[in-house]
Ligand binder design. Structure first.
Ligand SMILES: Cc1cc2nc3c(=O)[nH]c(=O)nc-3n(C[C@H](O)[C@H](O)[C@H](O)COP(=O)(O)O)c2cc1C
Length: 194
């Protein structure tokens, strides 16, 4: 089943490194025959949260980047969070982006691809992210895809230094994400028909 998978990248930092990992995942998702939406908080440049999408009143002007993201997320079957670890939690740009929306995530799985410059691969941030994603209605799959030393693992185009190891890791992760995404897509389809 071909799926639409949105990849949410969390860093807006000058010289950000995780973009390499995010680009790798975008290519991996496409190589499996899915549509990949790459969501970069720098490109969407959302303000600090004033209103969730659902809080706009009928007739009220919605900023175009907010409605564009609403449509992308609503159209998605699954999400991949590509998140750094900032002070043992997720970067504020990713939290802010997630907080603008709510129903858009419902009954769709998410996968956490966490990373850091050091040796722990961002797993502490991943643990806090699990609670947030559950609350958004997009529970995270069991598998994590941690990347320690992100600055050395990929080049600027997202090509991994150790291609075979990354193929195996990302296949395990994406196999599981696809399983949940397909099951939940079918279940949402049945629900619509009722
Ligand atoms: C504000 C800030 C907080 C950080 N906190 C952590 C941390 O808690 N654990 C960790 O392993 N690395 C931490 N780092 C280092 C990051 O893992 C590293 O800079 C990484 O490249 C950040 O991702 P980015 O380049 O995509 O922004 C921190 C970096 C910043 C800028």
């Amino acid at each position: 089943m071909s799926l639409t998978i949105s990849i949410l990248y969390g860093s807006t930092r000058d010289g950000r490194m995780g973009i390499r990992f995010a680009r790798y995942l975008e290519q991996a998702v496409k190589a499996r025959g899915h549509k990949a939406n790459f969501i970069d908080p720098l490109e969407f440049d959302l303000p600090l949260l004033r209103k969730r999408y659902s809080d706009y009143q009928p007739g009220e002007k919605i900023p175009s980047n907010v409605s564009k993201l609403h449509n992308i997320l609503l159209d998605s079957d699954a999400f991949i969070m590509v998140s750094a670890e900032y002070n043992h939690t997720m970067p504020p740009a990713l939290t802010n982006l997630l907080d603008h929306f709510y129903v858009e995530y419902a009954k769709k799985p998410s996968g956490i691809a966490c990373y850091s410059g050091g040796q722990f691969g961002g797993v502490r941030a991943a643990m806090t992210m699990r609670a947030i994603l559950g609350e958004l209605g997009s529970p995270s799959i069991q598998r994590l895809l941690p990347c320690p030393g992100v600055q050395d693992a990929f080049d600027e185009n997202g090509t991994p230094k150790d291609a075979a190891a990354w193929k195996k890791r990302s296949d395990d992760f994406l196999d599981q994400l696809e399983w949940y995404a397909e099951a939940l897509k079918a279940a949402r389809g049945k629900e619509k028909k009722k």
